[in-house]
Design a protein around this ligand. Sequence first.
Ligand code: ASP
Length: 362
Amino acid sequence: MTSSTFPLPRIVVVGTGGTIAGAAPTATQTTGYQAGALPVSQLLEAVPGLDTFARIESEPVASIDSKDMSTALWLALAQRIDALLARDDVDGVVVTHGTDTLEETAYFLHLLVKSPKPVVMTAAMRPATAISADGPLNLLQAVRVAGSPAAHGRGVLVVFAGRIHSAREVAKTSTFSIDAFASPETGPLGWIHDAQIEFERRGERLHTVATPFRLGVREADAARAASSASSPGEIQVAPYAIDGALPDVDIVTSYAGVTRIAVDALVASGANGIVVAGTGGGSIHHRLLAGLSDAADQGVAVVRASRVGAGHVLHNGAASDDRLGFVSAGSLSPFKARVLLMVALASGLRGVDELQGAFDTF
Ligand code: ASP
């Protein structure tokens, strides 16, 4: 077969900054660099022969250190990716990002993007100027995965150091190793080694086109659309609508000797939700528990997660969660539980039953 029979996939590489776009004064320096210093177009130039794997477009959306990621940028990124994937001539999107908050952005997009086309995020642990920079190979592998039909319909993927992870499961697990990402409870979805791309399994939770979360649809419009579409005997669920800013949701941690001061301050500041990174399976120091119980009584959504980094937090129902008005995060980390809680609250979900339903589903 000639390449004219099967044209190369068209992939748009969206840049947001990070160490992959980082620059240091010398090639031997892998710390103390400026993240997000180089334009995404320059990152592409560092991958030899990239145009033999895909027809590439690049687009800068931001140039930040991902420690400074904002919810406004999440929304802008999701909107831009939706617009790109709506183009018939675009086969997939790659997002270059900092490693520090990559897993949060990835899960946000996993819940919100409305296309089955591949969205692949990648990053690097060494700046672009360093000897043995890991960015160029990660970028090449991300482009190849984004151009692969096998990556369709799997939600947002994270390609890093040869492994392909689901946005829902992946976490940064090393502060310095170039093998810095893992999916602690489940393992990766698959791997890439040169031209060979293999998926070993599918993530089971609903994502992208299968979630009811929608960007920029006003609730009134969604409700009108749902009621006009329904016919007798048919139950229509209005798309949950996210319009504008996301709610304020913060994270507190339980540990020896913790006080309730942080929780009380969050409630006083008008927080909409609080995720608690509990000890072990989601247990909470009695002082923090008292603060969180009062918060729930005042209408703040409280989600119990674990600080352990693997495993899950069971909903213990009548034993305490239902009595206290708490939701359990299941297998989501506190950081991803915060993402889902923001999206769920922004979409109009309220109360333990509706919110627990979201945590059991996405
Ligand atoms: N601080 C950097 C960032 O997250 C770290 C990295 O990209 O590895 O943007």
